[in-house]
Design a protein around this ligand. Structure first.
Ligand code: HEM
Ligand SMILES: [Cu+2]
Length: 613
């Protein structure tokens, strides 16, 4: 191979410092990058929310203009969904899946790095819109014809369209990578029904991603054609039916909400058994209900469109399918409670978050069942009742679980515990703040307060609960601040954690904290579910099948770093910018992309000499 005289630079051997992070293809480092980036973006989405809550605190406030308010709620939701919760889940996928299945990395490490950089650049495109001509303002679901050129001539929607497409590339690459990793790279003996629940939920989520994203990508592509090239996919004046957009969006959008919650369910299913010192109750049923939720998630999209006028037959069908999907969801909740039942429970911060998740997710699930009934939804649609629902499932659900996951796996990732005292107060403020912020929104919604209004008149009966909700949102923000303090404090001063500080069950706890670059010095052989418990408390010992000795010169072959993933992603960034502002720049971006792909595919596997390493 090396005799080819191709203009491809040598593959870097080992890189340190910033350059090491830029060229890394180690799934653990990529996981850390995802996590830190997504957390910063999550905070930015929270700041957008605080602006809204400040504006809505009292009637007829004028902190922000109506136009800016539109941009705030659009960016807040787009950020939290695509740049907060999804990549935070991806951080866990990256860090944990190879460790949980006893592998040394994902199937395509360079593609994994490419996914991260593409996510980062997609996020930049979206967020830079604030500074480059105005943020998108048509809601996170971007209903036609509000997104059309006539209603929306500025660049905000352009940023939204192009940014989401770049993010879709990142998600597609990542989910294909995880599907292949989970199917092909499990340690010997780890059958599907021995896989940890988190890995299972990663698998289901990845399938949802590769099936759902093409739908939104097509819709976005059509919208892009309308805006950039004068086509008429969504232009009613030219005969288009804007309801088409709603169908396309929600066929993607409903599976998307499961993409947001299934990883959280996976995290909780790992935390609960460990801190109850019992195996997950009804493991096969939990797997099955997860798969079923993934499957049924495709049959319910029109519950977002009950008031559009699809007619009584369609509304009835979608009402029934929506009620039905609550069944596997309820099954999971019973299994989690069954896991705790009779266990010897340790109330660590991770466990508090997991229990908080169950409690709040039940509330969000119940309001969901309330609007699964089409006539009752006719009252609730586009009111604050929906905003309450969204936030109980996403904040009370996804974010609670993610915080729990951070407390649970931080010792594995860093070798140190997060401080439990600060953790307790972090939990109290986040849990309390969530309820104070979002519970009153149920009342506001039932009192008729519409969503997405920038202000309201005095004397509508909405003053008190809006004030409470706004106070709650600052309480919540304070709770997140405690977490940030805890993170840095514990990184520096945290108590040392060993390989298996929680007496846990899965393979990631069988190796040192933090794990060495190659993860497993010897690939384990798995004899049952909860392999580490088996090994510690049962008769079986994990017999290694492939080896090498630990330490310097471990002789384990690991792929080398690469420049090409980030280079190729930069092509997408430049191309996206060019699409919005100047087509010659788009051509340049395309050229960078092609060079990147070319060099990537011809890059030697190992060069220069791997023996030095
Ligand atoms: C401090 C935390 C948060 C606060 C105070 C907050 C507040 C708000 C407010 C005021 C709105 C706009 C209501 C309107 O349309 O007038 C909103 C919408 C929304 N939020 Fe949050 N939010 C928070 C966290 C989150 C998180 C973590 C997520 C997702 C994981 C999320 C997802 C959404 C969604 C999907 C919408 C609907 C946007 C739309 O359709 O217009 N929020 N939130
Ligand atoms: Cu839905």
């Amino acid at each position: 191979m090396a005799t080819f005289a191709l203009p491809v630079p040598k593959r870097p051997v080992s890189c340190t410092g910033v350059w090491g992070w830029i060229t890394t293809i180690d799934h653990k480092r990529i996981g850390a990058l995802y996590g830190i980036t997504a957390f910063i973006l999550f905070v930015s989405g929270g700041i957008e929310a605080l602006f809204m809550r400040a504006q809505l605190m009292r009637p007829e406030m004028a902190l922000v203009s109506p136009e800016v308010f539109n941009q705030l709620f659009t960016m807040h939701a787009t950020t939290m969904i695509f740049l907060g919760v999804m990549p935070l889940s991806a951080a866990f996928f990256n860090y944990l899946v190879p460790l949980q299945i006893g592998a040394r990395d994902v199937a395509f490490p360079r593609l994994n790095a490419f996914s991260y950089w593409t996510f980062l650049f997609g996020a930049l495109i979206l967020k830079l819109s604030w500074f480059l001509g105005g943020a998108p303002n048509a809601g996170w679901f971007g209903y036609a014809p509000l997104t059309g050129l006539q209603a929306n001539p500025g660049v905000g929607i352009d940023f939204w369209v192009v940014g989401l497409q770049v993010l879709a590339v990142a998600s597609l690459a990542a989910s294909l990578n995880f599907i292949i990793t989970i199917i092909n790279m499990r340690a010997p003996g780890m059958t599907l029904m021995r896989m940890p629940m988190f890995t299972w939920m990663t698998l289901v989520t990845s399938f949802l991603l590769i099936l759902a994203f093409p739908v939104i990508t097509i819709a976005l592509l059509e919208l892009m054609m309308d805006r950039f090239y004068g086509m008429n996919f969504f232009v009613p004046a030219a005969g288009a039916n804007p309801v088409l957009w709603q169908h396309l969006f929600w066929i993607f959008g409903h599976p998307e909400v499961y993409i947001l919650i299934l990883p959280a369910m996976g995290i909780v299913s790992e935390i609960l058994p460990t801190f109850s010192r019992k195996p997950l109750f009804g493991y096969p049923v939990v797997v099955l209900s997860g798969v079923l939720i993934g499957f049924m998630g495709w049959m319910v999209w029109s519950h977002h469109m009950f008031t559009v006028g699809l007619g009584p037959v369609a509304n009835s069908v979608f009402a029934i399918t929506t009620m039905a999907i609550a069944v596997p969801t309820g099954v999971k909740i019973f299994n989690w409670i069954g896991t705790m039942w009779g266990g010897s429970i340790r109330f660590s911060t991770a466990m508090l978050y997991a229990i908080g998740f169950i409690a709040l997710f039940i509330i969000g699930g119940l309001s969901g069942v309330m609007h699964s009934s089409a006539p009752s939804d006719a009252q609730q649609q586009d009111t604050y009742f929906i905003v309450a629902h969204i936030h109980y499932v996403l904040f009370g659900g996804a974010i609670m679980a993610i915080f729990g996951g951070i407390y649970y796996w931080f010792p594995k990732m860093t070798g140190k515990f997060l401080n439990e005292k600060l953790g307790f107060w972090n939990f109290i403020f986040v849990f309390g703040g969530t309820n104070i912020t979002f519970f009153p929104m149920h009342f506001l919604g039932l009192d008729g307060m519409p969503r997405r209004i920038y202000t309201y008149a005095e004397g509508m009966g909405w003053d008190f609960w809006n004030l409470v909700s706004s106070v709650g949102s600052f309480t919540l923000a304070f709770g997140v601040l405690i977490f940030i303090v805890n993170f840095f404090y514990s990184l520096i001063k945290g108590k040392q954690a060993g390989a298996d500080p929680w007496d846990a069950r899965t393979l990631e706890w069988s190796i040192p904290s933090p794990p060495p670059e190659y993860n497993f010095a010897q690939i384990p052989v798995v004899h049952g579910r909860d392999p580490l418990w088996e090994q510690k408390h049962g008769g079986h010992h994990t017999v290694p099948v492939a080896g090498g000795s630990v330490g310097e010169g471990h002789g384990i072959h690991m792929p080398q770093p690469s420049y090409w993933p980030i280079f190729t992603s930069i092509g997408l960034l430049v191309g996206a910018y060019g699409l919005i502002f100047a087509w010659p720049v788009a051509v340049l971006g395309g050229a960078i992309l092609m060079i990147g792909i070319y060099a990537w595919s011809l890059e030697p596997v190992n060069e220069p000499d791997p023996a030095h390493h």
